[in-house]
Write a new protein. Structure first.
Length: 465
């Protein structure tokens, strides 16, 4: 039996006990159980379905201290950060439960003789993230939105926090059973082989993923290469560019510089919304402020040895042929001209960790051209003044084609969980830019539109009325 072990990022020590990898036969059994649960779960009255999410939220909340302790040992993210993340996790479970209770939740629209319904797609595979052991993991947004849609879930746990994942799964399973969920509503699998078996399982009808471009692309290709291709909602890599006008530098350049360093080093730069590109006018004069801010950043505890090695090679890639603006044990910042940047496409690739690139432009034309060439991202940010209305309007209009969320005079690192949030974007940010993995609209990924024509009300699915 192969065991997976978490590693304490602070010491490098292996954490006991190990977690057994899941064999493909067990994954197949999970798929059968999920398929058997799909119809009874879909037919639960919507208030009862919503109650399942509330029950899981309550159980996680009651065990928060235990889970935060486990997660901190495996991720070194700190108790304060993890406590806030647990609150976000239980909050989004309850938000999505409330959405499932909403009148007409599955009746999308109706005309005389026609009803367009949104029905559960079926069992969903969820691939957990490394950087959010709660909010994008076993009980995270993908799982919660699939349950709200009425879909059973099989989670493939992330190997970076296996003990946290096991204990979270135990709490979830107990809560669901006590709340009356159909058997097969939830399962968890561990290991690379299990993850590959899961995406190919014929009972799985959709998948959600948060992780690297390489891993996500491999699973995406497998999902669409099946005899019955399935939708794969992957969140992969994002550089989240920030564009600053000369007027904004003149009015509040030091504030912007400090805010940028705070944003790209938040959580040791291990947020999918970390800004990795900063466009500043040439001669901005902010080097000293940037260096001072970076000097105070503590050395990061990166989540896993693999992520630490990838960050080291990523920094080497960014440093090659660029000018170092500032570096410390905690962060790295390099700079290029806009002309150099245009010739270096590798600088648009995400470097997961506390590193970033400044691009210095010499004219508004160069700034607009940079926006037009921006890679697909989850976010894009504009810092401007009221005197920049025409320039800012053009930047915002252009960036709306390249990012799922455009931020004005703020920072993208925080993601609100609400009805208006879109956490998505063009490739390589995601594989499905029409959809979000955060907020109430995340449920739509796991609902299938079906039009019922000429049916009397009593023949409609009970949750559509």
């Amino acid at each position: 039996m192969t065991l997976l072990y978490g590693v304490d990022p602070r010491t490098g020590a292996r954490l006991e006990p190990g977690v057994p990898e899941t064999d493909p036969e067990t994954v197949a059994a999970f798929g059968v159980a999920a398929a058997n649960a799909a119809r009874p779960l879909a037919e639960l009255p919507l208030p009862d379905r919503a109650a399942l999410l509330d029950a899981v939220a309550d159980a996680l909340e009651a065990a928060a201290d235990e889970l935060v302790t486990l997660a901190d040992a495996e991720t070194a993210l700190g108790r304060a950060r993890l406590t806030g993340e647990m609150e976000r996790t239980t909050g989004q479970l309850r938000l999505l439960a409330g959405e499932a209770r909403r009148e007409g939740f599955q009746r999308d629209t109706a005309e005389p003789g026609f009803v367009r319904a949104l029905l559960p797609i079926g069992p969903v595979a969820v691939y957990a993230a490394s950087n959010f052991p709660f909010a994008f993991s076993v009980a995270g947004g993908d799982t919660a939105s699939a349950w709200a849609a009425g879909c059973p879930v099989i989670v493939k746990a992330h190997p970076g926090h296996p003990r946290t994942s096991v204990r979270t799964a135990e709490i979830i399973s107990d809560a669901l059973a006590k709340a009356g969920a159909p058997e097969g509503t939830f399962a968890i699998a561990h290991g690379l082989e299990a993850g590959l078996a899961l995406i190919k399982d014929p009972n799985v009808k959709a998948a959600g993923f948060t992780g690297s471009v390489r891993g996500g692309r491999a699973l995406f290709d497998a999902a669409v290469s099946r005899p019955d291709p399935i939708p794969f909602y992957g969140e992969l890599g994002s550089v989240n560019p920030v564009f600053v006008t000369p007027s904004a530098v003149a009015a509040r350049g030091e504030e912007i510089a400090r805010g940028y360093v705070g944003s790209f080093t938040l959580g040791s730069g291990q947020f999918c919304t970390k800004p990795g590109l900063l466009f500043l006018p040439a001669g901005h004069g902010l080097e000293a402020v940037l260096a001072q801010a970076i000097a105070s950043v503590e050395a990061p505890s990166l989540l896993t040895p693999r992520i630490a090695e990838a960050f080291r090679t990523g920094v080497e890639r960014l440093a090659a042929g660029t000018r170092t603006v500032a570096e410390s044990a905690g962060a790295h910042l390099v700079a290029v001209t806009a002309t150099e940047f245009a010739a270096r496409p590798e600088l648009t690739e995400e470097c997961f960790g506390p590193a970033s690139v400044i691009v210095e432009y010499t004219s508004e034309e160069e700034l607009r051209a940079a926006a037009a060439a921006a890679p697909g991202s989850l976010t894009a940010t504009v810092h401007a003044e009221s005197s920049d209305a025409d320039l800012a309007r053009g930047l915002v209009a252009e960036l709306a084609r390249h990012a799922g969320r455009v931020v004005y005079n703020g920072w993208p690192t925080g993601v609100a969980v609400n009805r208006a949030m879109h956490h998505g974007g063009p490739w390589p940010a995601t594989t499905a830019p029409l959809h979000t993995s955060v907020g109430t609209a995340a449920i739509r990924r796991f609902q299938v539109p079906v039009t019922f024509q000429g049916l009397p009300e009593e023949l409609l699915p009970p949750t559509v009325g």
